[in-house]
Design a protein around this ligand. Structure first.
Ligand code: PCA
Length: 213
């Protein structure tokens, strides 16, 4: 039986909600298998997120790991392609830790690529009418750390694939009237599409999704 680990994050930075956590709960509530879906809401702490993600991977031995988090300045679902081995926190995490220029994993490579079909996922989300993009930058805060940690933990395990989605604010909990948002139902649908496309597709779509900065 295939097991999928899907995570969101708790609120951080003084926010009341985190749409990634809310959306993951919705995906969980609507999941109809046949694969086993394990969901969790991770703490927004460098140490806690790494420990909890590692524990969940060890306990559940998933074939697929998809972590999600909020990127409040983005208007589209970002299918992240690159996790960097760098912690450089602009704000403290929820435990007050604010690492500057530390590695995510001491002896790890500078970066990992997501092992999900990122282009196929972005394409399939867009085909459902939900804005999406392939992103080459997951930041240097707790989300990138969780993304890097998941790829490091699964890098030596052939067949375990992992990746990360950043989601915008939900329309239901916008921090301001002019914030870019998506309805929570769309965010949850996009995450569900990412899971289904990842299960179905092991070779990525040969389409351009690059960026000229
Ligand atoms: N977003 C933050 C951490 C938790 C979250 O949802 C980030 O992008 O690093």
């Amino acid at each position: 039986m295939t097991t999928i680990l899907l995570t969101g994050f708790e609120p951080f930075g003084g926010d009341a909600v985190n749409p990634s956590g809310e959306a993951v709960r919705r995906v969980d509530a609507g999941w109809d298998g046949p694969e086993t879906l394990v969901t969790a809401i991770l703490p927004v702490t460098f140490d806690g997120a790494r420990a909890e993600l590692g524990r969940l991977i060890d306990v559940h031995r998933p074939e697929l790991v998809i972590a999600t988090g909020l990127a409040g300045n983005r208007a589209a679902i970002s299918v992240e392609r690159v996790a960097v081995n760098l912690l450089d926190a602009r704000i403290p995490d929820n435990a007050g830790a604010q690492p500057v220029d530390e590695p995510s994993v001491g002896d790890g490579p500078a970066a990992y690529f997501a092992s999900l079909p990122v282009k196929a996922i972005a394409r399939d989300i867009a085909a459902a009418g939900i804005p999406s993009e392939v992103s080459h930058w997951a930041g240097t805060f707790v989300c990138n750390h969780a993304f890097y940690t998941a790829l490091h933990a699964t890098s030596r395990s052939r067949g375990i694939r992992a990746g990360f989605l950043h989601v915008p604010w939900s329309a239901e909990h916008a921090p301001s009237a002019d914030a870019a948002t998506l309805p929570l139902a769309d965010i949850a649908e996009a995450i569900g599409i990412a899971v289904r496309t990842s299960l179905r597709t092991t070779t990525d779509a040969a389409i351009s999704a690059g960026a000229i900065s």
